[in-house]
Write a protein that binds this ligand. Structure first.
Ligand SMILES: C[C@@]1(CC(=O)O)C2=NC(=C\c3[nH]c(c(CCC(=O)O)c3CC(=O)O)Cc3[nH]c(c(CC(=O)O)c3CCC(=O)O)/C=C3\N/C(=C\2)[C@@H](CCC(=O)O)[C@]3(C)CC(=O)O)/[C@H]1CCC(=O)O
Ligand SMILES: NC(=O)c1ccc[n+]([C@@H]2O[C@H](COP(=O)([O-])OP(=O)(O)OC[C@H]3O[C@@H](n4cnc5c(N)ncnc54)[C@H](O)[C@@H]3O)[C@@H](O)[C@H]2O)c1
Length: 188
């Protein structure tokens, strides 16, 4: 059974730590900023890829710390993603996060993750997150591509119209809900 509970996090209200500055650090930083460009992010690693340095130069909220991880790096952090090439370090970061009740993603060890990143389909305000329960990230990526292809750009207009109607509707909660369900029947 897939027991993952999906939520949409307001990352720009958080301070996120990424441990590791290699390919995985780059992939996770790109995924984060691709959704929430202004997220306050600190990335710590003794060696940091040039692509990450380029991103940091263009993103005032991304801070790079060029040194090995220590528990002090967790101070004031809300969420942590760890992807170093040293399994013992990854494990240590996970244990330190657990002790502080900070949610942590250990990219190469699903069993140690409190949450997974997902493949993300974006069409204006519509956002669809895809997970395979860790079974095949490649499937998630391919399915994202399928959905990106078939969802029309006009979806944003539909959402804008529905927002306008939603804001104009009078009556109590149940009456509004009935009206909105009626109007959107054609979408089924
Ligand atoms: C969706 C996406 C989001 C993102 O990262 O932003 C994501 N992985 C992506 C791509 C990708 N990752 C890998 C490949 C190579 C091919 C392959 O292995 O399939 C590709 C494909 C590619 O890059 O083309 C390698 C890999 N990934 C994990 C392991 C460890 C393991 O499974 O044990 C290994 C083996 C490492 C090794 O062998 O050393 C683990 C995880 N990867 C997850 C998410 C979480 C589960 C998501 C779910 O529930 O489906 C989870 C559990 C944890 C996490 O990372 O959060 C992003 C697609 C974004 C997009 O394009 O839409
Ligand atoms: N979940 C995923 O999506 C995914 C995908 C590919 C690989 N992986 C796994 O993730 C791991 C990392 O892969 P990579 O390609 O990014 O490696 P890499 O060699 O490119 O980078 C490793 C990074 O870890 C840093 N590091 C090492 N010791 C550290 C410490 N004590 N404190 C802080 N940072 C430290 C290095 O400085 C470097 O920046 C591998 O084990 C790989 O198998 C996971």
């Amino acid at each position: 059974m897939n027991t993952l509970f999906p939520i949409f996090v307001k990352a720009e209200k958080l301070h996120i730590l990424i441990v590791g500055g290699g390919y995985v650090g780059l992939e996770k930083l790109t995924a984060l900023l691709g959704n929430a460009p202004d997220t306050r992010t600190t990335l710590v690693a003794p060696e940091i890829r040039d692509e990450i340095r380029d991103i940091a130069r263009q993103s005032p909220n991304v801070q790079l710390v060029e040194e090995p991880y220590t528990p002090a790096h967790l101070d004031d952090k809300d969420l942590v993603i760890v992807g170093t090439n040293d399994k013992a370090v990854n494990r240590q970061v996970q244990a330190d996060c657990k002790a502080r009740r900070i949610l942590v993603n250990v990219a190469d060890t699903p069993d140690l993750c409190d949450f997974y990143l997902s493949s993300v389909v974006k069409k204006g305000d519509l956002k669809i997150a895809i997970s395979t329960n860790g079974k095949s990230p490649t499937f998630a990526k391919r399915f994202r591509e399928v959905l990106e292809e078939i969802l029309p750009d006009s979806l944003q207009e539909t959402l804008d119209n529905l927002t306008a109607i939603r804001n104009q509707l009078k009556g109590d909660f149940v009456q509004k809900m009935e009206k909105l369900n009626e109007i959107t029947k054609v979408l089924r």
